[in-house]
Ligand binder design. Structure first.
Ligand SMILES: Nc1ncnc2c1ncn2[C@@H]1O[C@H](COP(=O)(O)OP(=O)(O)O)[C@@H](O)[C@H]1O
Ligand SMILES: [Mg+2]
Length: 367
């Protein structure tokens, strides 16, 4: 089962430049969460802090009961083995073929024999649809394949926590959806806790269980997806629409005069090309695991968790959650009743079925 990560009062600066401060939130075990935010707000810095590559000056990061900002180097080394990280460009070694890239963490961190390593590498390459490409160099394959190879490498140590930095960068919308589907399927199979950093709005609206946003050096909000997706907070609304209208400017902030001027231009009929408010309002259905695979345990736990915290959520989020439950004939008792019944009829049970479907999607060399 995935592991909960609890962040409390976290503050990070480089010299006199404060990146973000007093960030507190919990990534629930085995759930998929996403962190949004304009470029330069420190999303990548945050991911690097979670794995101990960067060191925030204040706060706590509790992983599996250990505060990684207080623990020994040896403890941190052990904690890091819980992570699989997919960096933005895949971060593959350019001179190694995909096989050696994916095998690298196993050769570094385990005492497995080369034949044991081969089994794991080929399994992960198959899972990510890269069977047959193991002899290719990163420079010889497309961006989508590099991403999947990076993901295969992130999976070889059976991570409990998977961090993904901008899975959509360099990918077209279709391949982005396939990669997101792969992440959801992996979550269903191994119940890992997943954090995705992204500014892809479609992905943010449809993939994660929980959503947060970094802006003006703060975590503006973090919670069940319905909270952010129904929020009236101006920076959140603006970000979800990708509009010029609102507090976010070309550099991170804009002044009031510029905000007034842009609003006046819009009022006078200027179209900034962003979708209408109604096109990005509300909570679209969430991406499901590929049929035939296991159901997501994190989703079942989340339903119970959300039911328990219901009273603390804003009215608009409560309405969206109840509407979603009603659409599945769910009474709201946190028992996942409707989904469990549907699962019995539409999903396979055996392990052999658990990876089918994925290969069909990723079988092509071209993506
Ligand atoms: N190692 C570093 N040393 C100094 N400044 C850094 C370092 N890494 C990132 N920064 C700064 O931190 C800020 C946030 O960067 P980043 O996390 O990459 O933003 P995002 O991923 O949200 O686009 C940027 O201003 C960047 O210049
Ligand atoms: Mg970044």
């Amino acid at each position: 089962m995935g592991i909960e990560i609890s962040v409390e009062g976290l503050t990070k600066s480089f010299g006199s430049q404060k990146i973000w401060e007093d960030v507190s939130f919990t990534l629930p075990e085995g759930e998929v969460s996403a962190l949004l935010g304009p470029s330069g707000t420190g999303k990548s810095v945050f991911l690097k802090s979670l794995i101990g590559l960067l060191r925030p000056e204040r706060g706590q990061i509790i992983i599996d009961g250990t505060d990684i900002l207080q623990c020994t180097a040896k403890e941190l080394y052990e904690i890091r083995k819980l992570f699989g990280v997919l960096f933005q460009d895949g971060a593959l070694f350019g001179s190694m073929d995909l096989y050696d890239n994916v095998a690298f963490p196993l050769r570094e961190h385990t005492r497995k024999s080369e034949s044991e390593i081969r089994d794991v590498v080929m399994e992960k390459l198959e899972l990510t649809g890269l069977t047959g490409a193991e002899g290719k160099l990163p420079g010889e394959i497309s961006g989508g394949m590099r991403k999947r190879a990076g993901l295969a490498r992130a999976l070889v140590l059976d991570p409990e926590i998977i961090l993904v930095d901008e899975p959509d960068s360099g990918l077209d919308p279709v391949r982005t959806t396939y990669l997101a589907q792969l992440l959801i399927d992996i979550n269903a199979q191994i119940d890992a806790t997943i954090l995705i950093v992204t500014h892809n709005i479609n992905l943010a609206r449809t993939v994660p269980d929980n959503l947060g946003m970094l802006y003006r050096k703060k975590l503006v909000m973090f919670g069940p997806r319905e909270v952010l997706l129904t929020s009236e907070e101006p920076s959140v609304r603006q970000f979800l629409r990708g509009s010029k209208l609102g507090p976010i400017g070309m550099s991170e902030e804009k002044d009031d005069a510029q905000m007034r001027e842009e609003q006046a231009q819009a009022d006078a009929g200027h179209n900034d090309g962003s979708p209408g408010e109604d096109e990005v309002t509300g909570v679209p259905p969430q991406m499901q695991p590929t049929p035939g695979g296991p159901e997501r345990k994190g989703e079942i736990r989340r339903e119970k968790r959300v039911a328990e915290m219901m009273d603390t959520l804003p009215d608009s989020a409560q309405e969206a959650i109840r509407a979603e439950w009603a659409s599945r004939g769910h009474g709201g008792n946190g028992k996942h009743a409707a989904a469990a019944t549907a699962g019995a009829t539409t999903r396979g049970t055996g392990d052999s079925a658990s990876t089918t479907g994925i290969d069909d999607h990723y079988g092509s060399d071209e993506n």
